[in-house]
Design a protein around this ligand. Sequence first.
Ligand SMILES: O=C(O)CCC(=O)C(=O)O
Length: 354
Amino acid sequence: MSLSKQFHQEGYVVVKNALNPERDIHPLQQAYTDLLDALARIYLVETGAPDALDKFDGMSLPERFAMSLGASRGTVLHHLDPVLNLFVPTFQWRKDLPDARIPEMFALMRHPKVLDVLEALIGPEIAASPIYHFNLKLAPDHLKLADRVAESVGADLSQEGFYTFQVGKTGWHMDAVSGLGDSHNSQIVNAWIPMTRATEENGCLVVIPKSHKHGVQYRPYPEDLDARGVALPVDPGDIVFLDNKVMHSSVPNTSREDYRWAYNFRYLPIGQPSGRPFIPGFVARSRSAPETELHNAYLWRAMWVRCLDYLTEKGAPTSYEGVSKMGLEEARAITRHWNALAPDVDGWLRLGKD
Ligand SMILES: O=C(O)CCC(=O)C(=O)O
């Protein structure tokens, strides 16, 4: 069966060995580890934890990440994933920290192998949606370490908006409900790209095949989804493509010290509503107008910096709950407003400057 047929029939498809781990995954893994360590060190210095700094270099990656979760009171996630965390009431854009949109991430988003599969699924005019996530699922002991460090600075990580989704177990959901209603009929595809092995022990994805055929469904979801889910263990180099309406979750990381790290990037045909018009996407591939493609990672970053500056000053146009509850006309008005404000890369760069 063709990839496209399987995707449309089942609501997902796993493409094995789509990428070369050494060439395509390792550079991002390395550069992002440097970023995570830099952020951890900054937060530890800021919270004045010299003992922790002494031990830091001898720690494993998940331990160092757990230290930064605790020391930052969870706000390192605001920095790493503003797509979700801009909705958190305590969201604060910290322009003084190293930016999380690094060129290696942009290179993976635009990787020709990723775009080739997408072209087979949604056609040759491909926009990279502004919605993307970073999920690094920690083992129970590492979550406890993060909690202990947070407690030492008087914080409670369980109060952080999207904490569980980002570092714990992903609950059942379909991606469509987190976009404004005018995006529900957009052909949005989630490319879920593991940096580490994802296993049934360390938190791989689970899907309900064919569930995308029932249209947009809101919580509460049926209680038997765990029993019906199909686990998708994958290796670095593999990619899971998910339909925007397919129900999915992850199993919990029950390992002793393993971690599961993945990015998911969303794509859709150019011109269709992304569901978050107030954050910047870009043209990833256009066979009809290749000159509109964005190839420059620094411009991608600059658009985000401008946008986060602007949203910090003006506030997001809706709350997270508002995204799913808002009527269609209001959603369309927000999309129209932002499409006029920032129609292209230059528009994003000018945001708030006119
Ligand atoms: O990696 C994960 O567990 C979360 C991915 C996911 O469910 C999503 O982004 O919608």
